[in-house]
Each structure stands twice: as structure tokens, then as C-alpha cells.
Design a protein around this ligand. Structure first.
Ligand SMILES: *Cc1c(COP(=O)(O)O)cnc(C)c1O
Length: 380
């Protein structure tokens, strides 16, 4: 089955009790048992819920995986992965990382004896050299946030496999429509479903997808034992959002390509970061491992003018100034003070994340209106 069919049909069956075509919201905490331990497959709703089960089956199919587990947020999903390891374990990750992921590793897990190291993973020699005997997990994200660099998932997985180290790919920015890391050798795919999967900016949720039964069993144990699960209503909204994933992401990609080309010609803009440009460092790699170049664009201002950046962010009408991404509506954000405020300034600047850098999440509106909106905001 192709992904445009899977988003609608995978894991979803008419309700056995009523024939309802849409998966019902099973708003229940427990299930009647015929006799002790004899039930219809669900015993207690932290462990499983039919609405969540349908969503998990759908997500597993979208990532070409065998098993999926949903969590109350993307950060809760990440936490479940890191709980696979013992104190002393090292997590090798990227310097250009989602700020909240960096914060969780350095401010939460380091207190319990784990350690993070953050390197430029576009440099495969550096990746190879950075493993220590304690490295237990490689955590990467591509396209990277907010600089939109492209990491070579297949090569990094091959290096890690040789060393017997698990790889988890945060696939939030690409969505399963554009990229499937399990097919490239990753062990775990993580999603903040809050973004493209949900797609309507109305749910916070996370997910993990894996292929290996032994790994699935350990994650299922953590999901149930720790209990950071989403409720059935959110699972219903997520299933509903996913049905149009392919249409939404396709339109976002088309819109982003037009907007990136427009921004690049603007005289008040310094650099535009967009992997669809042929001269982008990761362009060829993106063409190999992604189906399109995504709906995210970053750019900064001439002379790194914070005043100009601020006035642009205040003046757009269709692009809403807000955190997050991947919804039907276009958003504009300021990584230095919003998503990446947790990263020290010197580290930010080393990545090219200047104070005037603006990030766009391009939605599915008519692109002509989006360009008029940006044009108006850029011409003070
Ligand atoms: C938003 C985001 C997260 C965190 O997900 P939540 O659902 O907000 O907890 C992790 N990684 C990336 C790339 C994100 O954009």
C-alpha cells in the first residue's frame, strides 16, 4: 500500500460493535472482564485503549515499522527511549538539535548519571570518532532545526550498527510522508505528533515506532510502567489529522519552494536556509532520503538586524508569531528567543543561528497570499 492510502486505512476498521466507520473515542479507564483475567484484549486504559491501539497500528504502518507506542508529548516519547539505558550511558547527538531535546538530555537525564555529547553530524568522520565505549544511543534529527541541515541517516546508522549502538531518529520535521528512517537502518523513529502528523495545531502527542520485537517489548513496558500516555480523545483527533497528511505535506512543500525562491531574491535578507535549493549543502542527500524538501524555511536579515527581524515578525498577518510547526496555518518564529532559548548563545552562533534568524513553518494556504503577507512585512 502507498502512504496516501495507508494514512486513511492502516489500523482503522469499522467499529465491531456498531459499524461506525470512524474509530470511536473509547472514553473509559477500565474494561469489564468475563472472569478474572479473561477480557476482550483490554484490561486497563493505561496499558491499552482501542482508540489508541488504532492510532498506534496506523503510525506503525506509516513508518514501515512493526510496532508503535504513543505518548502524551514528543518529549515524553523521547524520555521513554532514554529510559532504556542505565546511568553511565552516553547519548551521542547533534549540535543542531531541537532545544527541548537538548534540555531534556542535559537538565534531566544528566542528573541521573547519563551524559550527552553534541556534535556536527554532517561530518561523518567526526561521528565515527565520537563514539566511546559508553555510547549507547545515537539521537539525531533531520532536517535539523532551525538551520535545516541534512544528516545522512543511512551512513550514520551503518557506523552505529558496526559499534552495536542503537539509533533513534526524530522524524518530526520530515513526517512519515517525506522520510522513513527505519528503511534507512534506524532502530527507533520518534515523532512529535503535535506537528505534521496532527497537522491542525490542536493536539500535543508523541510516538515511537520500531521494527524489532525485543525493543518493542521494552518500550511497551516503559509506556505502561511510567504511564505517559495520551487520552482517547487526543488519539481520535490524531487519527483524523493523519488522514490528510499526504495532502497537507505536499501542499506545504510546494508553498515552501515558492516562498524560499521569493525570499532569496529579497534585498533585506542575508541567507535563506532551505534544502530544496540546488546549492544547499544537503540538497543531494535530501533528494536521496526524502520525497520532497519539506515545509520549513529559515532566513536571517542583512547586518543581522534584530530590529528588522522583530518588525517582520510583528507585521505579518497570515503568518502567526508562535512556537510549533507543521499545522495547516503558517507560523513565523524567532528561534533565538523561542524554540532555542535553552541553547547557550555562543553555541547558537557557532551553528549560524543568529539573533535575526527567523523560522517559517509554511502552511497550506494559497501561496500568493502568503507571499503578499511576507512582502508587506519586509517592506517597512
Ligand atoms: C516539537 C518538537 C519536539 C517536542 O515535541 P512535543 O510534542 O512538543 O513534546 C521534538 N522534536 C522536534 C523536532 C520538535 O519540533
Amino acid at each position: 500500500m502507498h502512504i496516501g492510502t495507508k494514512v486513511i486505512h492502516a489500523g482503522v476498521h469499522p467499529d465491531p460493535a456498531t459499524g461506525a466507520v470512524m474509530t470511536p473515542i473509547y472514553q473509559t479507564s477500565t474494561y469489564a472482564q468475563e472472569s478474572p483475567g479473561v477480557h476482550k484484549g483490554h484490561a486497563y486504559a493505561r496499558s491499552s485503549n482501542p482508540t489508541r491501539s488504532a492510532l498506534e497500528a496506523n503510525l506503525a504502518a506509516l513508518e514501515n515499522g512493526g510496532y508503535a507506542y504513543c505518548f502524551g508529548s514528543g518529549m515524553a516519547a523521547m524520555d521513554a527511549v532514554i529510559r532504556l539505558f542505565e546511568p553511565g550511558a552516553e547519548i551521542l547527538s547533534t549540535s543542531d538539535l531541537y532545544g527541548g531535546s537538548y534540555r531534556q538530555i542535559t537538565k534531566v537525564h544528566e542528573r541521573f548519571g547519563l551524559k550527552g555529547s553534541f556534535i556536527d553530524m554532517t561530518d561523518l568522520e567526526l561521528v565515527e570518532k565520537s563514539f566511546t565505549e559508553n555510547t549507547k544511543l545515537v539521537w539525531l534529527e533531520t532536517p535539523t532545526n532551525p538551520m535545516l541541515g541534512i544528516l545522512d541517516i543511512k551512513s550514520i546508522c551503518a557506523i552505529a550498527k558496526e559499534k552495536g549502538v542503537l539509533v533513534c531518529v526524530d522524524n518530526t520535521f520530515a513526517s512519515p510522508y517525506l522520510q522513513n528512517p527505519l528503511d534507512l537502518g534506524a532502530d527507533i523513529v520518534m515523532h512529535s505528533c503535535t506537528k505534521y502528523l496532527g497537522g491542525h495545531s490542536d493536539v500535543v502527542m508523541g510516538a515511537l515506532v520500531v521494527n524489532k520485537a525485543s525493543l518493542a517489548e521494552r518500550l511497551a513496558f516503559i509506556q505502561n510502567a511510567v504511564g505517559a500516555i495520551p487520552g482517547p480523545q487526543d488519539c481520535f483527533l490524531m487519527l483524523r489529522g493523519i488522514k490528510t497528511l499526504h495532502l497537507r505535506v505536499q501542499r506545504s512543500c510546494e508553498n515552501a519552494a515558492s516562498i524560499a525562491a521569493y525570499l532569496r531574491k529579497h534585498e533585506r535578507i542575508n541567507s535563506v536556509y532551505y534544502p530544496g535549493f540546488e546549492d544547499h549543502k544537503g540538497h543531494e542527500l535530501a533528494k536521496q532520503q526524502m520525497r520532497d524538501f519539506g515545509g520549513m524555511i529559515s532566513f536571517d536579515m542583512i547586518n543581522d538586524s534584530i530590529e528588522l527581524a522583530e518588525s517582520v515578525m510583528k507585521r505579518t498577518r497570515l503568518f502567526t508569531l508562535a512556537e510549533s510547526l507543521g499545522g495547516v496555518e503558517s507560523l513565523i518564529g524567532h528561534p533565538a528567543t523561542m524554540t532555542h532559548a535553552a541553547i547557550p548563545k555562543a553555541d547558537r552562533l557557532a551553528l549560524g543561528l543568529t539573533d535575526s534568524l527567523i523560522r517559517l513553518s509554511v502552511g497550506v494556504e494559497d501561496v500568493r497570499d502568503l507571499i503578499v503577507d511576507l512582502d508587506m512585512a519586509l517592506s517597512v
